[in-house]
Design a protein around this ligand. Sequence first.
Ligand code: IPM
Ligand code: MN
Length: 353
Amino acid sequence: MKQYTIAVIPGDGIGPEVINESLKVLNRISQLDGTFSFRFDTYPWGCEYYQKTGEMMPANGIDILRPYDAILLGAIGAPGVPDHISLRDLLLKIRHDFDEYVNLRPVKLLSGAPCPLKNAKPGDIDMVFIRENSEGEYSGQGAWLYPDSPQEVVIQDSVFSRKGTERIIRYAYEMARSQHKTLTSISKGNALNYSMVFWDQIFKEVGKEYPDVETHSLLVDAAAMFMVRNPSRFQIVVTSNLFGDILTDLGAAISGGMGLAAGANLNPERKYPSMFEPIHGSAPDIAGKGISNPLAAVWSAAQLLEFLGYPQWSARILNVIETMLVEKKGLTADLGGSASTVECGDMVVSLLG
Ligand code: IPM
Ligand code: MN
């Protein structure tokens, strides 16, 4: 029997609660399938660890994670530790050091999921965001000059390399081609006269290799408007790190809320482990109450299964989530139900069969 080794970083806030449910689901699926199993090794890294040790993870944390088949992450961030430290030293470090340059975020309105858009039906909102995940506005480069003085200046550099830009755009074209979908590139060349003009140019250049793919190019401000007014125009979407960050929260808002928003940080070459996480964050205000919605974490576990080569199980999980939404069974309060985190996870497990 094939065994996958998974490093689990439950993290902070509601991270541990929601991750527990996704582990239950993965274990149930390995039982049902019978051809593979998981070994989960849990690492207690995060803000509590930081408060004890002064580090978000041990200095050799990356070496510890490297041999795993994948990483499951709950959420990072807690009051008392500045976000730019906790996130840069753990979440962003893993994304960067493992060259997880694809951040794949489905924005799909399932039947039964709440949607604030008046006329939107499930089939109308069905896109995949491919967010550049290794550089761009998140390069972490810059300077802070003359602090606390009238001359104070801060510089936050964006870095767009040819390699980094080409590979994310090519990944998106490949997906659009293989799924026979349209591809929309989102940028901002009218104002960002270096980075985004370059992005648009690479989008056109790479596109010459994909004459079969229908493409669109949008400015990010217009794209935000269209996501609300006419979301069905988007299928596969490729965009930069920061624009992808912002637009996928908007995407979550129009497709059931943060409680259903999943994301995969992929190293497509599989040279390093990829990481799967709900995108909602640690939500310290509701942590420990047992009311957080584990379905985003469960959906990200479905992405893991797809990445490991089990698309049928991934589809099965989505099917179960959709059944729960339609029949209003086992849902947590954010989705109008009264189930606890654990009851919601139990419902997924029981509906899996
Ligand atoms: C996300 C989060 C992170 C990001 C934060 C926590 C650094 O918002 O995964 O979308 O900006 O990438
Ligand atoms: Mn975000």
